[in-house]
Design a protein around this ligand. Structure first.
Ligand code: FES
Length: 112
């Protein structure tokens, strides 16, 4: 069975190049069991190699992959991707280095 394609809106911001944050929308064929990190990896590998995110351990241990999924803080590697359109934001815009990469020295590890 073919997977349905959903629109994933991703907050984009590179303080060295952009004057203001924006959203880019990507069409992603989300498969059963995909995590948010799988979605970001698909976008990076298939659609837009300029998107920046971080997910070194992929097993919920390092807590470096925090993102907001429709406004709620989640670990991208353990949160299942919803089968609907959704929006991803960085955990905090205050410490944003680029896109979903943040300066972890400026934030706590709280996940709702
Ligand atoms: S990649 Fe380490 S907790 Fe998500």
């Amino acid at each position: 069975m073919a997977d349905k394609t959903y629109t994933v809106r991703c907050a984009r911001f590179d303080p060295e190049r952009d004057k203001a944050p924006r959203y880019d929308a990507y069409q992603v064929p989300i498969q059963e069991g995909w995590s948010i990190l799988n979605v970001l990896t698909y976008i990076f590998e298939e659609l837009d190699p300029t998107i920046a995110f971080y997910g070194p351990c992929r097993i919920g241990k390092c807590v470096a992959c925090h993102v907001k999924v429709d406004g709620k803080n989640r670990l991208a590697c353990t949160e299942l991707a919803p089968h609907r359109d959704f929006t991803l934001d960085p955990m905090t815009e205050r410490a944003q280095i680029r896109d979903f990469v943040i300066d972890r020295s400026q934030v706590s590890d709280a996940v709702e």
